[in-house]
Design a protein around this ligand. Structure first.
Ligand code: PBG
Length: 330
């Protein structure tokens, strides 16, 4: 008799579909990126990221409490440094009273149990908009690693639980680990952006922080000498392996949706938590299509984050976190 096996049986009702479902999304999956600016009473929408905002520290407090009440218990902090504080070496990044350091303390003040991760990279502080120090038209690796290590220590001293280097310099994980350990921050974790691609999906983020590479002679216009070539798959394994060996506690693939093959490769190769960053351009694309009425925002959003988790993500860093949780809560 044909067919003895009917796969559709497991799809007949919502009851059986739920029972055999392999992937569930919950607030615990998310890491929420937050953009912070100097000033007071500021909540400004990022033009290319509808319904996403930069907050001044006073309003950041409310936002953090709101996230906590929704069940979102970890944040990833990014700051927009004022232009007059930018230089080639990211000096301001090390200021113990700088915006990032105050932001960390602010979050911990209002919500001591909120897990605080911080972006470690020079670009928001760089007058050139690069993730490293520039000399002779090149991004200098080792000198940059030294600054990233000091920056990480400064974040740990301010109270960060995890530092998240997003720069793609070689050897920065061991540099950061040693700096933290030498000052006895042995429990401060490192989430490494280990497979970060040179992607055009970062455009809206660079608007948010005003951190795009400048158009200037003798300054590279792109980040191709340090971020990965998007044509490469095997190289992601090499990058990830190196960061694990240097002491990364969590590794990351970035961007998200176009890179889920990489996520699954890493999941099948290593036994370590994997974060996937669904980046600003991915957010902007869906918001724009939904605004035009071309896509069902909530349905597509849920499909996307589920796909990211299905591919192997342990943690989803996403600008949709709040929207997803509100949707799940009905
Ligand atoms: C830079 C950094 C970028 C993002 C996070 N950290 C942009 C870049 O590499 O140019 C992008 C995040 C996003 O697009 O949402 N250190």
């Amino acid at each position: 008799m044909f067919p003895i096996r009917r796969n559709r049986r497991l799809r007949t009702t919502e009851g059986i579909r739920t029972l055999v479902r392999e992937t569930f999304i919950s607030p615990n999956d998310f890491l929420v990126p937050l953009f912070i600016v100097e000033g007071k009473n500021i909540k400004e929408e990022i033009p290319s990221m509808p319904n996403y905002y930069r907050y001044s520290l006073d309003l950041l407090k409310n936002e953090v409490k709101l996230l906590w009440d929704l069940g979102l218990k970890s944040v990833l902090l990014f700051v927009k440094a004022p232009d007059n504080l930018k230089d080639n070496k990211g000096t301001e990044a090390l200021n113990s009273e700088g915006l990032m350091q105050r932001a960390i303390k602010t979050v911990k003040d209002v919500c001591p149990d909120m897990l605080v991760m911080t972006d470690v990279a020079l670009d928001p502080y760089s007058s050139y908009g690069h993730d490293g120090i520039i000399e002779g038209g090149k991004i200098i690796n080792d000198a940059t690693v030294n600054v990233l290590a000091e920056m990480s220590l400064s974040h740990a001293q301010a109270g960060a639980d995890f530092v998240a280097p997003s720069d793609m310099m070689d050897g920065r994980i061991i540099g950061i680990r040693e700096a933290l350990d030498q000052s006895n921050f042995i429990d401060t974790g490192i989430m490494s952006y280990s497979a970060k691609y040179a992607s055009s999906f970062y455009g809206p983020f660079r608007d948010a922080l005003d951190s795009a590479p400048v158009d200037m002679n003798n300054v590279p216009k792109d980040k191709n000498t340090y971020q990965m070539d998007f044509a490469n798959r095997d190289e992601a394994i090499r990058e990830t392996e190196m960061d694990i060996n240097e002491g990364a506690d969590i590794v990351m693939v970035k961007p998200g949706l176009c890179y889920l093959d990489i996520v699954r490769d890493i999941k099948n190769t290593f036994n370590i938590p994997i974060a996937v960053y669904q980046v600003s351009g991915e957010y902007a694309m869906l918001k724009a299509a939904a605004e035009k009425g071309w896509l069902d925002h909530d349905a597509v959003m849920l499909e996307q984050v589920t796909a990211i988790k299905r591919a192997g993500a342990t943690i989803i860093a996403s600008y949709f976190a709040k929207d997803v949780v509100k949707l799940l809560n009905g």
